[in-house]
Design a protein around this ligand. Structure first.
Ligand SMILES: Cc1cc2nc3c(=O)[nH]c(=O)nc-3n(C[C@H](O)[C@H](O)[C@H](O)COP(=O)(O)OP(=O)(O)OC[C@H]3O[C@@H](n4cnc5c(N)ncnc54)[C@H](O)[C@@H]3O)c2cc1C
Length: 409
C-alpha cells in the first residue's frame, strides 16, 4: 500500500512517521518551497506526547520544549482564580510540552527525512484528488501528479482537498475575535514552567514559556485576544501575517502585577502575528473511498485548549493504525473517520463556547473589580466542577490515557 500525504505540517509529518512505523509506504507533498520554523508557541498535550513518544521522539521533544507543570487562571487584576497541575504533575505518564510550533515541525521534518529517505517533497502544492477502484491520483498545481492507494489531505485550514469536495463551503467562520501572537525573551515568571490564562471573554491574555535560553532567560510565548466590533472587516486568516503592538499594548496598560508585567513583556516581542479566531462547521464525512482529511483540513477549530496540533497528532496515529488493520484501504479510512470525527467535532463546538475559559468569564461577571477571596465569588465545588467540564470533553483524564491501549499499529 502507498499513501500520498498532501501537506507537511505537524499532522502530515506525524502521519508519514506513523505510516512508516506501521510498515506502510508513503510520500509527503508539501506546498511550500522551503521548510522554515514558522509560527510561535503551541502546546502538545500528554495524549499527543504519548503518540510522539511511541514514534521514538521523547528525547528530541524534551530537548526542544518546556514540560508544563501547571495551568493558572488569572483575572485581569492579576488575581488567581484556579490552578491545576499539568502533564506528569497531573498524573499522566507523559509530559505536556509547551513548544515552538516551527521547531516541532522542523524536528518532525528532520526525523521523517531520515526515516523516509527521498519520500518528502517540497514545492508540491496539491490541487486535486481523483480515485477509482484501483487507486488514487494526486494532481499538483505545477501540472504533475502522483499515484498511490490512498490520499490524506493534511493541507491545513485552506485545504485544497477539502475545498474540492465542499466547493460551496466558503471562508472559515469568524465571530469577531482576533489573536495577536508573539514570543518575547524575558526572565522566567512564576516557576518557569507555568501556563497562564488571564482576563475575560472580551480581553484575554495567554502566556507560557517555550524554551530556556543559556543566559537564564526564557523564550516566552504570548497571545493577546480581543473581540472587535461586529461590523469590523478583518484580514483573511494567514498564520504568517504580521501584526502591530499598537493594536494590543494600550488595551493591557493596567495589567502589571508584581509577578508579571504584561505590557513590558509585550514590548519585548521579537515579532508579532495577527490571526482571526476562525473555525469551520464539523463535516459529516472525512473519508470518501480512498481519500480522507486530517488535522486542520478535517477539523479547523479555535486555537484554544491546546488542541490544534495535539488532535492532528492523534488523527495521524489512529489513521495509520486503521490503515494497517483494515481489510481494505476504504475500510481502514472509514474506521479512522468513525474513530476521530465525533470527538474532534465535539471539541470544535466546545471551543465555540467559552472552551476552558468559562471559569474566568464567570468570575469576571460576578466580580469585575476583583475580589478579596475567590471563594466569595465562586465556591470551591463550583470552581472544581467548572474546571473539570472542558477537561472531560477533551478527554483530559490521566487514568484513561495511562491505561488505554497503544495506537501503535
Ligand atoms: C506557517 C504556520 C504557522 C502556524 N502557527 C501557529 C501558531 O503560532 N499557533 C497555533 O496555534 N497554530 C499555528 N499553526 C497551525 C497549527 O500548526 C495547526 O493548527 C496544527 O498543528 C494542525 O496541523 P496541520 O498539519 O493539520 O496543519 P498546518 O500546520 O497548517 O499544516 C498544513 C501544511 O500543509 C501545507 N499546505 C497547505 N496547502 C497545501 C497544498 N495545497 N498542498 C500541499 N501542502 C499544502 C502548509 O504549507 C503546511 O505546511 C500554524 C500553521 C502554519 C502553516
Amino acid at each position: 500500500m502507498k499513501v500520498l500525504v498532501a501537506g507537511g505540517g505537524i499532522g502530515g509529518l506525524t502521519t508519514a512517521l506513523s505510516l512508516h512505523a506501521a510498515g506502510i509506504d508513503c510520500e509527503v507533498y508539501e506546498g511550500t518551497a522551503e521548510m522554515k520554523p514558522l509560527g510561535v508557541g503551541i502546546n502538545v498535550l500528554p495524549h499527543a506526547v504519548r503518540e510522539l513518544t511511541e514514534l521514538g521522539l521523547a528525547d528530541q521533544l524534551a530537548a526542544t520544549g518546556i514540560p508544563t507543570r501547571e495551568l493558572r487562571y488569572i483575572t485581569m487584576h492579576g488575581q488567581l482564580v484556579w490552578q491545576e497541575p499539568r502533564g506528569r504533575a497531573a498524573g499522566y505518564n507523559w509530559p505536556q510540552y509547551s513548544i515552538h510550533r516551527g521547531r516541532l515541525q522542523m524536528l518532525l521534518w528532520q526525523v521523517a527525512r531520515e526515516r523516509l529517505a527521498g519520500r518528502l517533497h517540497t514545492a508540491k502544492r496539491a490541487a486535486a484528488s481523483r480515485q477509482d477502484a484501483h487507486g488514487a491520483t494526486l494532481h499538483f498545481t505545477d501540472g504533475s501528479s502522483a499515484t498511490g492507494d490512498a490520499i490524506v489531505g493534511a493541507d491545513g485550514i485552506h485545504s485544497a482537498i477539502r475545498a474540492e469536495r465542499h466547493p460551496n463551503e466558503g471562508p472559515p467562520r469568524w465571530k469577531g475575535a482576533v489573536l495577536w501572537r508573539a514570543t518575547s525573551i524575558a526572565p522566567a515568571f512564576l516557576d518557569g514552567a507555568t501556563m497562564i490564562q488571564c482576563g475575560h471573554h472580551n480581553l484575554k491574555f495567554v502566556c507560557y514559556p517555550i524554551a530556556n535560553n543559556p543566559d537564564g532567560t526564557q523564550l516566552i510565548n504570548w497571545i493577546a485576544e480581543r473581540i472587535l466590533p461586529a461590523d469590523t472587516a478583518w484580514n483573511r486568516e494567514d498564520w504568517n501575517r504580521g501584526g502591530s503592538l499598537d493594536d494590543v499594548i494600550p488595551h493591557y496598560r493596567d495589567w502589571s502585577w508584581d509577578w508579571l508585567d504584561v505590557p513590558a513583556l509585550m514590548a519585548r516581542a521579537q515579532s508579532v502575528y495577527e490571526f482571526p479566531m476562525v473555525d469551520r462547521d464539523p463535516l459529516e464525512q472525512w473519508s470518501v473511498g480512498r481519500i480522507t482529511l486530517l488535522g486542520d483540513a478535517a477539523h479547523p477549530m479555535y486555537p484554544i485548549g491546546s488542541n490544534g496540533a495535539s488532535q492532528a497528532i492523534l488523527d495521524a496515529r489512529v489513521l495509520a493504525m486503521h490503515l494497517k488493520r483494515g481489510a481494505t484501504v476504504e475500510a481502514g479510512l472509514a474506521a479512522y473517520d468513525a474513530a476521530r470525527r465525533p470527538p474532534t467535532a465535539a471539541l470544535t463546538l466546545a471551543n465555540r463556547g467559552l472552551g476552558p475559559d468559562i471559569i474566568l468569564e464567570r468570575t469576571h461577571e460576578r466580580a469585575p473589580q476583583g475580589f478579596k477571596h475567590i471563594h466569595d465569588v465562586m465556591p470551591e465545588a463550583e470552581l472544581r466542577e467548572t474546571a473539570a467540564r472542558y477537561k472531560q470533553l477533551a478527554g483530559f483524564d490521566p487514568e484513561l490515557l495511562n491505561e488505554r491501549e497503544s495506537h501503535s499499529a
